[in-house]
Design a protein around this ligand. Structure first.
Ligand code: FRU
Length: 489
């Protein structure tokens, strides 16, 4: 057996040995992707291949902390239920000895190609002593991957221009006309985030085109996990800039994930840059990656955690989850994100109310639980503050509040249970006094889609098992014109 297959076998065995003891914990998500055991971070290789969605993820199959990166793997027919597959990539060669870092997938000649970053530590200081190259692995069946002989296909960062020689990672491939292109995360020598554009005819020989986009002002020291695509004819560069400084309610997380709209000149390799917008205003959303499916939908999934954030599930031998798949669309020059419609197939036991009056704090029969979807519209009337509390017990609650005067929506996890607390806010103007919410609650997470996806707020929360109540509150009378709740199977 070759090195790669040996490494995979060992990693799969490690997961096999751990998964039974991890499985039953009450924080294990019911409908979000997690590894069967141990650590995950970024989504990788999100793709549509032979009628199925494939999603890979950064994975450390020996521990619930980050370590030598492998690629875990799940697939789905409907984006709603996922099947675990064997680990797809493991460090095994000189060029990826210390990790198969993030990358993407591309279908060519009936095969699935993965392009990823081979990481090697050249000394103990991982900020400056590293070598990153780009490599390819190929599969006929979408399950077993072989690293190609020509690896690494990009052996070093471009030497011309102001490009850091070592921080050079996370290739995302797409096709345009008859060529392949990829964007790579990069920084300048003095640590300003940027994205590089490469071009290829065959996915194997790559030519550097240009620095495609670069930060100006408060825009971070490194741009990780870039992704470029067109949405309704408009170019979109998604990336995860590290180290933006907080500005008011903005950029409160350690690192950010968002996009700029612009148009890419394929001749010069330059993107005309618009302003940076966030894709999610909560706590836990990083390194999103998109794919396009047969229906032409642009779908994004992100890592539903944040670097250096406390993850209480590590004590029970796993860490990390993916967001639900979100369809991206353009509206009034901004991206809106909504849950993919297939998630409706997970709904069961509908509870429905109309025209509920709320003043003070109230609960409604059968509106409670831990893994569920809520859809509601609230007419604010004369109230100045109103909202709802979820995963509530005597001492715990996770609170969504709308403030009419401030025109601000808040997600508060100060009393959510274990794990980090904090508050996140997003500005939001109501149209005709109506707030529309779609809330996806799972065992240890909440995703709130506001006014049709105009804003989204995501958080990991770690409540006790018995915290299951939901209540609604208002400082003056409001009307919940419609409230629907489904359990999610
Ligand atoms: C982003 C990231 C990537 C890198 C990977 C390593 O979260 O830092 O830039 O490829 O994680 O796991």
């Amino acid at each position: 057996m070759d090195n790669h297959n040996q490494a995979l076998q060992k990693a799969n065995q490690s997961i096999h040995n751990a998964k039974e003891r991890v499985k039953e914990h009450h924080w294990r998500e019911r409908y979000h992707v997690e590894a069967p055991a141990y650590w995950i971070n970024d989504p990788n290789g999100f793709s549509f291949f032979n009628g199925e969605y494939h999603l890979f993820y950064q994975h450390h199959p020996y521990d619930s902390t980050w370590g030598p990166m492998h690629w875990g793997h799940v697939k789905s027919r409907d984006l709603a239920t996922w099947e675990h597959l064997p680990i797809a990539l493991a460090p095994s060669e000189d060029y990826d000895r210390d990790g198969c870092f993030s990358g993407s997938a591309f279908k060519k000649d009936g095969k699935l190609y993965l392009m990823y970053t081979g990481n090697v530590w050249t000394g103990p200081d991982h900020e400056s002593q590293l070598k990153q190259v780009q490599a390819i692995a190929v599969s006929e069946d979408g399950i077993h991957f072989t690293k190609i002989e020509n690896n690494p296909v990009i052996t070093k960062a471009p030497e011309e221009g102001d490009i850091h020689p070592f921080h050079f990672r996370d290739p995302k491939v797409w096709q345009h006309d008859d060529s392949y292109y990829c964007v790579l995360g990069s920084r300048t020598k003095d640590h300003i985030g940027q994205v590089l554009l490469y071009k290829s005819q065959d996915l194997v020989e790559w030519e550097f085109v240009s620095v495609m986009a670069k930060g100006e002002g408060n825009f971070g020291y490194m741009w990780e996990c870039p992704d470029f695509f067109e949405l309704e004819g408009q170019g979109v560069l998604v990336m995860s800039p590290q180290g933006l400084k907080p500005e008011g309610h903005k950029y409160q997380n350690l690192h950010q994930a968002g996009y700029i709209l612009g148009s890419l000149n394929y001749e010069t390799g330059k993107l005309s840059q618009g302003s940076f917008e966030m894709l999610d205003h909560g706590f836990d959303f990083y390194a999103p990656q998109t794919t396009i499916d047969e229906k032409g939908r642009r779908i994004a999934i992100a890592w539903m955690n944040m670097w250096e954030s406390k993850m209480p599930e590590q004590e029970v031998d796993w860490a990390g989850a993916m967001t639900i798949p979100r369809e991206l669309k353009l509206k009034d020059g901004k991206i809106i994100s909504s849950p993919v419609e297939e998630l409706k197939s997970l709904r069961k036991n509908e509870i429905s109310y109309t025209n509920l009056l709320v003043e003070g704090e109230t609960s409604f029969p059968d509106v409670s639980g831990t893994s569920l979807e809520l859809e509601l519209e609230i007419h604010s009337q004369q109230a100045t503050r109103f909202g709802l509390k979820l995963r509530k017990s005597e001492t715990e609650e996770t609170v969504i509040t709308y403030d009419v005067k401030e025109q601000m929506i808040t997600l508060d996890r100060e009393k959510s249970g274990q794990g980090p607390g904090g508050v996140r806010q997003a500005p939001l103007a109501l149209v005709e006094k109506v707030l529309k919410l779609q809330v996806y609650l799972d065992s240890s997470s909440i995703e709130v889609f506001i006014n049709g996806g105009e804003k989204v707020m995501t958080a990991r929360i770690y409540p006790s098992e018995q915290a299951q109540a939901i209540s609604f509150f208002a400082d003056d009378q409001v009307t919940i014109t419609s409230l629907k709740k489904w359990e999610i199977r």
